[in-house]
Design a protein around this ligand. Sequence first.
Ligand code: TUI
Length: 309
Amino acid sequence: MKTKITELLGITYPVIQGGMAWVAEYHLASAVSEAGGLGLIGAGGAPAEFVREQIRKAKEVTKKPCGVNIMLMNPEAEGIARVVVEEGVQVVTTGAGNPGKYMAMWKEAGIKVIPVVASAAMAKLMERAGADAVVAEGMESGGHIGQLTTMALLPQVVDAVAIPVIAAGGIADGRGFAAARMLGAEAVQMGTRFVVARESIAHDNYKKKIIAARDIDSEVTGMSHGHPVRQLRNQMTREYLKLEKGGASFEELEQLTLGALRKAVVDGDTVNGTLMAGQIAGMIHKEQTCSEIIREIMAEYEELLKTIK
Ligand code: TUI
């Protein structure tokens, strides 16, 4: 399937895997790239040298390019920004901030830069700064989110910029893919569905929680201090939201979530861990390989096209 994004990135299918902290290690990233999409190594809060190792391991197992997602709130973001240049990474996506100060360095190294944005204004800013494309991420997504839904955000970003737009948030099957294409997206990015991929190293307990989740099972914590994070409801979110409602300070709330993503992904702690997942968790019913996921979505899309005039 040809779109501006498959052309830009040299991939077979316009499907990008979200750069999920702890989950998106080289195993998942290489599997998505091997399956014809674009896999990303999610740097999350990791040290720069860990990211370098991940990039090298990905290169050992696939000849296809894997990108790196840099979470800009990570204090090590600057070091990681240099590592991607040193290791010859071809695609970088960024999240949770403005990557403006790294843009010149990345462009000079020939890296394709794709910032994740949550508003049309940010998309315009990124285009002016030299971005090759943007991911417009709606608040249906898991993890750190903005304020707008994909349905409202995506067409406004598409109208605001001339560079290709990738849709994220609330997309997990061929219907979502088709809807995103109709709203002007040249590709989709999916996170939650890939957490449950066979090649994802996420703990089985976490995968099972996503598979068991219903449409209404996610909560947004941290809204009061400007760091909204979508995750599945559990004891931790109940405690967090109770404290937050009572006016708890940022520091107090931070104590509750310190290391909680690792607890969920690595230890399988579904009680105190942060089970980041999008609103579409309710439509994910089984573990599949990355190749099965991508092929299924493409097949559903092709079938859908036959039903519309
Ligand atoms: O970054 C994400 N999602 C994430 S990052 C993350 S790591 C984390 N771990 C523990 C607690 C909290 C976070 C988990 N999920 N998505 C991309 C994204 N970027 N969504 C929204 C934005 C965004 C928001 C504001 C991008 C730019 C922006 O601009 C602000 C500015 O600096 O102007």
